[in-house]
Ligand binder design. Structure first.
Ligand SMILES: [Fe+2]
Ligand SMILES: [Fe+2]
Length: 223
């Protein structure tokens, strides 16, 4: 394994280092169940999502402040959209669609595969950072400030984070493999994992930013 690969593996390892900053205790994780599931089976179970309790005291100003999270999410989704566009360009190399013909890829496909792998690896780190802050700081603060009323939704959001984290681990590994052996097979593996992660993250972001909008604005103010 390359030095960069070893460093990435260390950065995207299991979440034993994640600490609940309010209670100063490690956040327990149950990644083992998820690690055995097929990619297609991994799901955030949208049907089981509870609604957040209303915050009657919240004003429009609070809701506007709460939309900071949606703005942060949009930024991540834009970055993932750009990676997805690169993935589509590489996949379309045999017969590029009209609108993609002007976009030039390297003549060496291995270079293109490596570029995709490197962007995926970077995105994994950024997403992990975002979710670690939420799990370790934002969620506990909302739970405490809401006097337990947000316990159910926070538990659901944390459960969704475990699914996202499992996908981050898989994509990080796939990206590392692709960097070391930029073959068609490894490219397909990384591409499929990226698409699954994007689908799950998009769904999770939408739920989280909608349900926590009032609570973030009213209880936390700036995040
Ligand atoms: Fe989240
Ligand atoms: Fe988030």
């Amino acid at each position: 394994m390359s030095a960069a690969g070893a460093k990435r593996k260390e950065a995207i390892g299991p979440r034993a280092d994640v600490v609940d900053l309010v209670h100063n205790t490690p956040i327990s994780c149950s990644m083992s169940d998820l690690s055995t599931q097929l990619l297609d089976e991994l799901s955030v179970d949208e049907a089981a999502r509870p609604k957040a309790p209303p915050v009657p005291e919240a004003t429009d100003m609070h809701r506007q402040q709460g939309r900071q999270l949606a703005a942060i999410h949009s930024h991540h989704l834009r970055e993932m959209g750009q990676i997805g566009a690169l993935l589509a360009r590489i996949e379309a190399r045999e017969a590029p669609p009209e609108q993609l013909k002007q976009l030039v890829l390297s003549l060496d496909m291995a270079d293109n595969f490596r570029a995709f792998g490197s962007l995926c690896g970077r995105e994994c780190q950024v997403l992990k950072f975002h979710h670690d802050i939420e799990s370790a700081d934002m969620f506990p603060r909302i739970e405490v400030a809401g006097g337990g009323r947000f316990r159910e939704i926070v538990a659901k959001l944390k459960a969704e984070h475990e699914v996202v984290h499992e996908l981050i681990i898989r994509l990080s590994r796939a990206a590392e493999t692709l960097a070391e052996a930029p073959s068609e097979k490894n490219f397909i593996q990384a591409g499929n994992t990226f698409r699954k992660l994007e689908e799950v993250v998009r769904s999770h972001f939408g739920y989280e930013e909608t349900e926590l909008e009032e609570a973030i604005g009213y209880y936390l103010g700036l995040i």
